[in-house]
Design a protein around this ligand. Structure first.
Ligand code: LRH
Length: 488
């Protein structure tokens, strides 16, 4: 292949970036061109994404990328899963997309599970039960009358891609987070759609990563200062799908933790695990690039720390993350541990107060200072990784000898060391930008700059990107005791 430059738009729940990637058979070089925050907006009690603000930042990022690289070969977009915008019959957006942490879905999952049967839902979709899965959001939207004028549902990357190109589609890895995709056929589960009374025409045609995704519309071409209609390529548009594609694994004996706002902990398989034990453990079978299955579980993730930091900042303290982490490293381990998966931690708000409630209820000392709260969060996350990693191996039968930590959490040395200790496996930390790399690589392959399957793409990441290795320090008895305290 001939080296090419492509642009990755990667939107996370707490921030976005536009990255330029130069890719060739032995080259993979990523530059952050534009970074921006992603701050939800509450309007009349509903938490929305500021989708127009995000779109504006995407355009600004593409403009800056094209100024540096007029030869840009392709653009690809990924974002967090589950959330969507609704278009009317003329293609106009009906309202600002609602945030998955909004309370509109309270109680809906239990009702839908009772109606359709949790076992049946899992057998068809293979998806873990999370209250914000698209299916529950759509049922909530229907009850609020929001589907009355709706013609099409577009997941966030598909919506932005529609605005750039005018083309409608549903990228399959992200469609797998809706809980409306048939995991065996990788097609829409129209039977579920019908039984829930959702409009059948709402779901657009599915697209696979690597397919052409149209070209920039003339008006967009002018807005971003391009001299031609730049192609858009469909990528693993679920951020986790791109992250897993960007893991620098050397063979398939690995477990990944894609560690950002969420921690997605699991293994890559070539077929789903749909057993009862898997459903009870709430493991998911999301679709990955190249027809793979991402067999994983959501762990609450750095959200606990990000949201705590936001609270401390709002209260006037000016906490510095590096200083808080350094202080947390000095705090007594396991003074207090909580179950990160407790749904009380899901909505925005005072996380330290909720941790304090749990500690009081479970007869543990209440962490007071930011350092103590942070240590409690990191110990608790590592414990959740320990449990989830063990379950992933048991339920899938996959043997692993290393854990790849990718995403922002790879920068958190304390968390990476605790993860190695808790799981009793070496941790390879990095790249931080695995999601953008996975996005870039799928595009680069589509435009012919590189060839091969996921193994070849990953080998390119492993050969070019720095990783840091953490060895387990072997305090197995202490971790086992801490885990028992959680389940007691
Ligand atoms: C991570 C993620 C995760 C989803 C959540 C909504 O960014 O995409 O995989 O469950 O956001």
């Amino acid at each position: 292949g001939r080296p090419a430059v492509v642009a990755a738009v990667d939107l996370g729940a707490s921030g976005g970036r536009v990255m330029a990637g130069r890719v060739g058979p032995d080259d993979l070089d990523l530059t952050a061109v534009h970074r921006f925050g992603n701050d939800p907006v509450e309007v009349r009690g509903t938490l929305h994404w500021n989708i127009l603000g995000l779109y504006e930042q995407v355009l600004a990022g593409l403009r800056a990328t094209l100024a540096d690289h007029p030869e840009l070969a392709s653009v690809g977009i990924d974002s967090w899963g589950c959330d969507f915008g609704l278009l009317d019959g003329h293609g106009h957006l009906l309202g600002s997309p609602v945030h998955y942490r909004d309370r509109r879905t309270d109680g809906v999952m239990a009702q839908v599970s009772a109606q359709l049967g949790a076992g049946h839902l899992y057998d068809v979709t293979g998806l873990q039960a999370l209250p914000f899965n698209t299916v529950y959001q759509l049922v909530a939207a229907k009850r609020a009358g929001l589907l009355d004028a709706a013609g099409t549902m577009l997941l966030i990357p598909d919506l932005l891609s529609y605005w750039l190109t005018g083309e409608l589609g549903a990228e399959v890895t992200n469609a797998s987070t809706t809980q409306l995709l048939d995991v065996r056929r990788r097609g829409w589960a129209l039977d579920l759609v019908e039984r829930l009374g959702l409009p059948g025409g709402l779901l657009p045609r599915l697209r696979e990563p690597g397919e052409p995704g149209g070209t920039l519309l003339p008006a967009v071409t002018r807005q971003v200062g391009a001299d031609r209609a730049v192609p858009v390529t469909v990528v693993g548009s679920h951020d986790t799908a791109s992250a897993v594609a960007g893991v620098p694994a050397r063979d398939d004996r690995f477990l990944y933790i894609s560690c950002g706002t969420w921690s997605l902990v699991g293994v890559e398989l070539d077929r789903p695990v749909l057993t009862d034990a898997s459903r009870r453990a709430n493991f998911t079978n999301e679709s990955g690039a190249d027809g793979t299955v991402r067999y994983l579980r959501n762990v609450m993730g750095l959200w606990l720390l990000q949201e705590s930091m936001r609270g401390w900042a709002a209260a006037g303290a000016r906490p510095d993350l590096a200083a808080v982490l350094a202080a947390a490293a000095e705090v007594t381990p396991f003074a207090a541990v909580v179950d990160c998966d407790d749904p009380v931690f899901l909505p925005p708000g005072d996380i330290p107060a909720r941790i304090a409630d749990v500690c009081r209820r479970t007869g543990q000392p209440v962490p007071g200072t930011p350092a103590e709260v942070t240590r409690c969060i990191l110990d608790s996350l590592a414990l959740a990784y320990r449990r989830t990693a063990r379950q992933a191996r048991e339920l899938s039968g996959r043997d692993v000898d290393v854990i790849h930590v990718v995403g922002g959490g790879a920068r958190n040395g304390l968390l990476c060391q605790l993860t190695a200790d808790a799981c009793g496996l070496p941790v390879l930390a990095g790249p931080v930008e695995a999601t953008a790399l996975g996005n870039v690589l799928v595009q680069a392959r589509a435009v012919g700059a590189v060839g091969g399957g996921l193994a070849e793409l990953r080998s390119l990441v492993a050969r070019t990107q720095p990783v840091v290795r953490y060895e387990p320090r072997g305090h197995e008895a202490a971790w086992a005791a801490a885990e028992r305290r959680l389940t007691a």
